[in-house]
Design a protein around this ligand. Structure first.
Ligand SMILES: Nc1nc2c(ncn2[C@@H]2O[C@H](COP(=O)(O)OP(=O)(O)OP(=O)(O)O)[C@@H](O)[C@H]2O)c(=O)[nH]1
Ligand SMILES: [Mg+2]
Length: 181
């Protein structure tokens, strides 16, 4: 089975739940006392998608710092604005075939919602981004975000060439690990 590496970088304000999303996806667990990320951490998870293995290489950045681009989270009005700023930078400086996924995290806290779902969805549609409301706490739509990313990855033809040319093919065992850099 072909293995494809998908590089994912989580961006967003501090406290929106980036690390919690990664923990839920990779370890299927949630820590209410999780510490803020310092610098960045790296984890991987390999999942089967159709007749391929997709190995997600996930960089989880610290929201307190400016870092690198790919994946954005929103919840409060302020973090929604931060998201828009990231997307602007991404469009100007990122690679052309990048997939942007917006996770409206903490959807379990519906009483504290500041960004109407429709506003977030309309914005995501306007930039052709994936949009999913998630809860790392209650394990809502976490796997689905990554499945949606898999769906957007260009299909490999039988000769092994991708239209996006951004993914290495090879054979590797399924794994999940966490390191800190
Ligand atoms: N209710 C609720 N709380 C969440 C959810 N996801 C994360 N949290 C909580 O939000 C707080 C911040 O979560 P983190 O995952 O550390 O947030 P972060 O975006 O990684 O923050 P930085 O590393 O500082 O950038 C923690 O107290 C989490 O337990 C969620 O889906 N629902
Ligand atoms: Mg973090």
């Amino acid at each position: 089975m072909a293995l494809r590496e998908l590089k994912v970088c989580l961006l967003g304000d501090t406290g929106v739940g980036k690390s919690s999303i990664v923990w839920r996806f990779v370890e299927d667990s949630f820590d209410p006392n999780i510490n803020p990320t310092i610098g960045a951490s790296f984890m991987t998870k390999t999942v089967q998608y159709q007749n391929e293995l997709h190995k997600f290489l996930i960089w989880d950045t610290a929201g307190q710092e400016r870092f690198y681009v790919l994946f954005c989270i929103l919840f409060q009005s302020e973090s929604f604005q931060t998201l828009k700023n990231w997307v602007k930078e991404l469009r100007q400086h990122g690679p052309p075939n990048i997939v942007v996924a917006i996770a409206g995290n903490k959807c379990d806290l519906s009483d504290a919602r500041e960004v109407p779902e429709k506003d977030a969805k309309d914005y995501a549609d306007s930039i052709h981004a994936i949009f999913v409301e998630t809860s790392a706490k209650n394990a809502i739509n976490i796997n689905e975000v990554f499945i949606e990313i898999s769906k957007r990855i260009p299909v490999v033809d039988t000769a092994g060439a991708t239209s996006g040319k951004a993914f290495k093919l090879g054979r590797q065992a399924s794994e999940s690990r966490r390191t800190c850099c």
